[in-house]
Design a protein around this ligand. Structure first.
Ligand SMILES: [Cu+2]
Length: 65
């Protein structure tokens, strides 16, 4: 399972992206940590894979303060 964080280009700043891998913590929970390079809105795409099989994907918008 992984989360891809993307901030679209803004003004002089190019797109920023950071992929965070998540580890299973059992009971359907996942943990992981990654850096958010700057405050603002990030598009987060969560991808679920198991044994190389793509099981699902979800997108949310995160606001980093
Ligand atoms: Cu930015």
């Amino acid at each position: 399972m992984s989360v891809l964080l993307v901030m679209p280009p803004m003004g002089q700043m190019g797109e920023m992206r950071n992929e965070v891998k998540l580890k299973s913590a059992g009971a359907g929970k996942y943990t992981g940590s990654g850096n958010v390079m700057m405050a603002g809105k990030w598009n987060a795409t969560i991808t679920v894979k198991q044994n190389g099989k793509h099981l699902g994907q979800n997108k949310i918008v995160l606001t980093a303060a």
